[in-house]
Design a protein around this ligand. Sequence first.
Ligand SMILES: *[C@@H]1O[C@H](CO)[C@@H](O)[C@H](O)[C@H]1NC(C)=O
Ligand SMILES: *[C@@H]1O[C@H](CO)[C@@H](O)[C@H](O)[C@H]1NC(C)=O
Ligand SMILES: *[C@@H]1O[C@H](CO)[C@@H](O)[C@H](O)[C@H]1NC(C)=O
Ligand SMILES: *[C@@H]1O[C@H](CO)[C@@H](O)[C@H](O)[C@H]1NC(C)=O
Ligand SMILES: *[C@@H]1O[C@H](CO)[C@@H](O)[C@H](O)[C@H]1NC(C)=O
Length: 402
Amino acid sequence: MKFLFAVLAIFVVALPCAWTKLELDAGPSFNVIDYGATGNGQTDDSQAFLKAWKDACNASYGTATLLIPKEKTFMLQPVLFRGPCKPPTVHIKLKGTIIAPNKIEAWKLPKSTRMAWIRFRHISGLVIRGGGWGLIDGQGSPWWNSYFNTEIKRPTALHFRECDYLFLSGLTHINSPKNHISINRCNNSLISKIHMIAPDESPNTDGIDISQSSNIVIKNSKMETGDDCIAINHGSTFISIIGVFCGPGHGISIGSLGKNGAHQTVEEIYVRNCTFNRTTNGARIKTWIGGQGYARKITFKDIILMEATNPVIIDQQYNPYDNVGGVRVSDVSYHNVRGTSSSMHAIKLHCDKSVGCTNIELKGINITTITGKKTYASCKNVKGVCSFCNPHVSCLSHKGSN
Ligand SMILES: *[C@@H]1O[C@H](CO)[C@@H](O)[C@H](O)[C@H]1NC(C)=O
Ligand SMILES: *[C@@H]1O[C@H](CO)[C@@H](O)[C@H](O)[C@H]1NC(C)=O
Ligand SMILES: *[C@@H]1O[C@H](CO)[C@@H](O)[C@H](O)[C@H]1NC(C)=O
Ligand SMILES: *[C@@H]1O[C@H](CO)[C@@H](O)[C@H](O)[C@H]1NC(C)=O
Ligand SMILES: *[C@@H]1O[C@H](CO)[C@@H](O)[C@H](O)[C@H]1NC(C)=O
């Protein structure tokens, strides 16, 4: 399996389809029912899951499988599945449904430590597959209603930390209290065929947040949530997002980077064949004024827009007054971005006076409004090239016709 990931990591930019089917060795299987899980949707099944996990993680040969059977609903309190594990691969076969407690008061965790519901930590070779059946329901609505109560920290549904060679596929994730998946300090991972659903108006229900991770591929997935479809944050490199359908939600976002003066970096991000349906942003890069670091080598290619509001946006927190510095944005390319914008202001390249944005390339852009009105672009402190751009981006130098 590690070999496959290595192949994937090398070819991902040039050859995103190099991924082949994951083959798992035979090994022992551990069914949560055999550990006392009821699967009645009411009883707390966390202890049974943890016992089954302990055995799977300590299995002595092959790929250990933790089985969560079909047609049952398992209610889990906040749980931590921890490695390192003995087998080179631990496979969680999630065919049933996992749900969170249905009321905030029912969560068995002190308020201060409610960071995430289901956590995976320090596991190499974790495979979670739903085969299209598996469902993870965060029962988020009571949490969304408490949005304005700052005492209540809303948890992430699924949190992966220090999980290298993570493989996640075939799952549906619904109604997280906050973001659906967060990935931190994980390298060499593949996420595919997942579907996320949360209401348009549910606050901060991002699809996937990535930080301090490298060589991550997210492909062939659909994210219909209330916030960013995918957010790529500090310390992320070599992230590929291919064939992702976003919307409703806020689109794909690099950052925000550099909040409160932080030094943060993101580079080598590759977004291809993605669709934005009625998202508030499409392809966005956002940095804070006064921050440090960079966002560079970022490509958005073959992007389809369906009534996106800010289809192409770089927001470096333009500041006309102070020379306080900012996160550098450079080597960004938007290539073949087509479709409709719900606003006439289709392209915003707003960079700060002190750092500016350099080597920004737009090529083959055609953004119109649904009503056929002409769109326009605006920019501040940007250097770069534009070829075949509708709308015309007057601040960039031009190649070809417009
Ligand atoms: C792991 O398995 C070994 C036998 O293979 C056993 O001796 C040990 O107690 C197990 N550890 C845990 C934590 O279950
Ligand atoms: C993950 O990748 C980063 C950046 O390439 C590297 O610094 C880090 O050591 C890697 N972590 C592991 C566990 O391989
Ligand atoms: C593009 O993405 C869509 C999903 O949005 C997928 O169905 C299609 O196969 C992808 N096409 C290519 C050429 O990757
Ligand atoms: C786009 O979003 C709208 C409104 O949410 C929805 O009705 C429509 O079916 C979506 N289009 C596609 C192709 O999914
Ligand atoms: C841009 O898109 C509009 C609307 O789909 C289409 O009519 C027009 O021909 C396109 N222009 C180019 C240069 O592709």
